[in-house]
Design a protein around this ligand. Sequence first.
Ligand code: AMP
Ligand code: ZN
Length: 119
Amino acid sequence: MAGEPQADCLFCKIVSGDVPATVVHESDTTYAFRDINPQAPTHVLVVPKAHYPDAASLAAAEPAFAADVLRVAGEIATAEGLDSTGFRIVFNTGAGAGQTVFHAHAHVLGGRGLQWPPG
Ligand code: AMP
Ligand code: ZN
């Protein structure tokens, strides 16, 4: 069923606690943890607890969960002290855009200068 945990999904396993992660936030609908291969001094991933393959499908099926992910991304940026210097929220979507884990997730990146366009 849509949104149900997937046995072969890494982020579902992190949400369930079967795979360890450095958790920085949890709510009824969201989970956030530090990226294992950080691309900036702060690099946190925010995921919906429900399994959807990418941000667009999450927003189409469960817009309130998508809003929760965005709100938490902003709260984490504030908690990490990024709101004054700027930060980036990234949803890689599709293998051609660099998505490697097909459970919707927001990257929250900051703590260094961020180039635009990102490449
Ligand atoms: P993406 O390439 O947009 O799908 O992002 C997936 C992200 O998950 C990458 O930045 C990885 O470094 C990160 N990642 C992979 N495995 C883990 C893990 N076990 N714990 C935390 N982050 C992970
Ligand atoms: Zn999943």
